[in-house]
Design a protein around this ligand. Structure first.
Ligand SMILES: NC(=O)c1ccc[n+]([C@@H]2O[C@H](COP(=O)([O-])OP(=O)(O)OC[C@H]3O[C@@H](n4cnc5c(N)ncnc54)[C@H](OP(=O)(O)O)[C@@H]3O)[C@@H](O)[C@H]2O)c1
Length: 287
């Protein structure tokens, strides 16, 4: 497994397995299968509702001797409802308990709303106490990342954002490299939007290497020096998505993929008024 070193020296696998939208009843098995296939980075979140089952899958893999705890890199995230100092303190303890772990490898502020500075203080304390190895943010635009990184004592190690062939975040990557904040790609396949898995350009590139569209996309992210999360509930697809370390895309093919960029989210914009309003209603529990 290829790895990257974060700005605090913590080593992180470059390819991970995400459990967003995996039903609780399927999560433990999916996590166990993913670890069996070779994934070492597992990404969950308080709001996914499957931290307990993620922990069960991890526990089974460890108890069967597939891995030790140290081999794994487990991420979870703070939801907007806990975005305060006291809220973050409480929810970190809750996530540890749900996961059945005594430390979390990476803890992220899931959305850029609420008292993120208060939450960050609690996260820095948790990191100092050794219950969280790395801390970071998610869904922060570059401008927000710059503001935040400049005003906090411990700058984020990671920013997890949407990155896929339709929304490539090339300029964002330059800004994050300048600030030494590692970018991590969520929804690398854009959950299949804009017919990603049958895109002729990606399929034709794949044919040259005897690889699938999914493999081409993940390989493209690896060669951009990004961390990427892929989700599947099917072991054969988990294995397919993992088999990306035995080929290298040429410079020309990397450039061809760059041309697919639409520079627009395949989901939603975290700064769009309607979206922010929806998050605020959720935070304030109003209809
Ligand atoms: N921080 C955030 O706000 C945020 C937001 C979204 C996601 N994430 C993280 O990023 C992870 C990945 O994102 P995502 O789950 O939204 O989307 P994704 O990984 O882009 O796409 C997952 C979809 O692609 C399908 N798929 C996977 N591999 C495939 C293959 N080789 N061929 C064909 N179809 C394939 C899966 O179906 P099957 O399961 O049926 O195979 C699933 O429907 C999440 O699980 C989560 O951990 C974070």
């Amino acid at each position: 497994m290829e790895t990257i070193t974060l700005n605090n020296g913590v080593i992180m696998p470059k390819l991970g397995f995400g459990v967003y939208q995996i039903p609780q009843a399927e999560t433990a098995e999916a996590v166990y299968q993913a670890i069996k296939i070779g994934y070492r980075l597992i990404d969950t979140a308080d709001i996914y509702g499957n931290e307990v089952q993620t922990g069960e899958g991890i526990k089974r893999a460890i108890s069967e001797g597939l891995v030790t705890r140290k081999d794994l890199f487990v991420t979870t995230k703070l939801f907007i409802l806990q975005a305060s100092e006291a809220g973050a303190k409480k929810t970190i303890a809750q996530s540890l308990e749900r996961l059945g772990l005594d430390y979390i490898d990476l803890y992220l502020i899931h959305q850029p709303y609420g008292d993120i500075y208060g939450a960050w203080r609690a996260m820095v304390s948790a990191q100092k106490a050794g219950v969280v190895r790395a801390i970071g943010v998610s869904n922060f635009k570059s401008a927000k990342m710059i503001e935040f990184s400049s005003l906090v004592d411990v700058k984020p190690q990671v920013n997890q954002i949407e990155i896929n062939p339709w929304y490539q975040r090339i300029e964002d990557q330059e800004w994050h490299e300048k600030y030494d904040v590692q970018l991590e790609a969520w929804a690398p396949f854009a959950e299949g939007r804009h017919d990603l898995f049958t895109n002729p350009t990606l399929a034709n590139i794949g044919k040259k290497y005897d690889k699938t569209v999914g493999q081409v996309v993940l390989r493209w992210l690896m060669q951009r020096n990004l961390v990427a999360l892929a989700k599947s509930v099917r072991p054969e697809r988990m294995a397919e998505n993992f088999a990306i370390f035995d080929f290298e895309l040429s410079k020309e093919d990397m450039e061809t993929i760059t041309k697919l960029n639409q520079n627009e989210s395949a989901f939603f914009d975290h700064d769009a008024p309607k979206q922010v309003e929806a998050f605020m209603k959720r935070m304030l529990n109003v209809k």
